[in-house]
Design a protein around this ligand. Structure first.
Ligand code: PLP
Length: 404
């Protein structure tokens, strides 16, 4: 058998170093637990950056995928196929929107929203040709395409990938006053993560999303909510915008929409916005393919039960209560909503990576982001007992680092 160490060495030798993975080689996974090639088990507290909200190998999702594999996997959008209508109707109903435009990855869905907002700006709002601007937030993460990294404030994501796409205005996250000042007659959209995931699970001040909603409605600007990571149950609601009763003009969805099986992303919007896209103006060979739609339908059916949202809310309370007890014991701050937490470790004690490695030694897989922050986002199917156990591992790891 090839060992983990050998597989890591071989992986590093022949792959670009665009990631810095923890030294674990996963072989199989079920529910909230993964097993490495040596047979050691770990509780997954990352969930593929919230792509695995329903756990690894959820029986309903796998069944849908299996059935579809036997029938039809790809047609391209040159033809209709028998899974497409139900996927679009299901996602339209879940979002409360008229129309859905399926893509594959989150970044593609964000790009789709940007294109739609610009075209809407020129054709509906009457913005001057080529002058559309979109207001975006400092600390944003919307993916890795050249246009998207053009307005990233993370030097690693941004630097040396120019020339950059113009048409974006950066403002501090959490300030509606800053948005108000940045708006001009050519502003077509405000693009916002309802909770900034990659930035460290930053929850904006209460009222932020509803103020953006009001401002956008009053000024004739589209509100685009990037719910790729925050959406589909993670926060204890279907969408993080639900916490403020806010309905954006465009939902951007991805990650968990693919059920942990295939990449599935989409935007959802009403006809007055998304109706401006005509044949030939946007698309994707794989977007809305039969396998993706079958998996997406299964995901939507799980969400329609409401069980996952309720479970994330309930377990989220357990998670956050237990994490807050660690403040002053190696933890500086805890943020988040539902089953999603950003935990700032005392930088004097350890980096996020060191804590992630200490957790790994204790059979918990988590990932750091930006310096001394780790994020915890176990699959929503995690048991309460396992969840409490995982936070106890964090407490013990921090204690050990402190006394080492
Ligand atoms: C992950 C993520 C994306 C990009 O998704 P990919 O599938 O990696 O392209 C976009 N927006 C947010 C908020 C994300 O978390």
């Amino acid at each position: 058998m090839t060992t983990s160490a050998e597989l890591i060495e071989m992986s590093e030798r022949r792959s670009a170093h665009n990631y810095h993975p923890l030294p674990v080689v996963i072989h199989e996974a079920h529910g909230a637990w993964v097993t490495d090639v040596e047979g050691k088990r770990y509780l997954d507290c990352l969930s593929g950056y919230s792509s695995l909200n329903f756990g690894h190998g959820h029986p309903k999702i796998i069944e849908a995928a299996r059935n579809q594999l036997d029938n039809l996997t790809l047609t391209s959008r040159a033809f209709y196929h028998d899974q497409f209508a139900q996927f679009c109707a299901g996602l339209g109903d879940l979002t409360g929107k008229d129309l859905v435009l399926p893509m594959n990855t989150g970044a593609e869905a964000v790009e789709t929203a940007i294109k739609v907002a610009r075209k809407w700006g020129y054709e509906v709002k009457g913005v001057e040709p080529d002058q559309a601007n979109i207001i975006v937030m400092e600390g944003n993460f919307h993916g890795r395409t050249t246009t998207i990294v053009s307005f990233s404030t993370d030097p690693e994501a941004h630097d040396n990938f120019g020339p950059y796409t113009p048409g974006f205005r950066l403002v501090p996250y959490g300030s509606t006053e800053a948005i108000r000042r940045a708006v001009d007659p050519n502003t077509v959209a405000v693009l916002v993560e309802p909770i900034q995931g990659e930035a460290g699970v930053l929850v904006p001040p209460d009222g932020y999303l509803s103020e953006i909603r009001e401002l956008c409605s009053a000024q004739g600007i589209l509100m685009i909510a990037d719910e790729v990571q925050s959406g589909l149950g993670r926060t204890g609601q279907t969408f993080a915008c639900d916490y403020e009763g806010v309905v954006p003009d465009i939902y951007v969805l991805g990650k968990a929409l693919g059920g942990g099986v295939v990449p599935v992303s989409a935007i959802a919007a009403n006809r007055d916005v998304l109706g401006i896209i005509q044949p030939g103006q946007h698309g994707s060979t794989f977007g809305g393919n039969p396998l993706a739609c079958a998996v997406g339908i299964a995901v939507i059916e799980l969400l329609n039960t409401g069980e996952f949202q309720a479970r994330a809310a309930k377990l989220g309370e357990v998670l956050h209560a237990r994490l807050r007890e660690l403040i002053g014991k190696g933890v500086v701050e805890v943020r988040g909503r539902g089953l999603w937490a950003g935990v700032d470790i005392d930088p004097e004690l350890a980096t996020g990576r060191e804590v992630s490695k200490a957790l790994m030694a204790r059979s918990v897989l988590a990932k750091d982001t930006h310096g001394s922050t780790i994020r915890l986002a176990p699959p929503i199917v995690v048991s309460e007992e396992d969840l409490v156990w995982a936070v106890n591992q964090l407490a013990d790891a921090l204690y050990e680092l402190d006394t080492a």
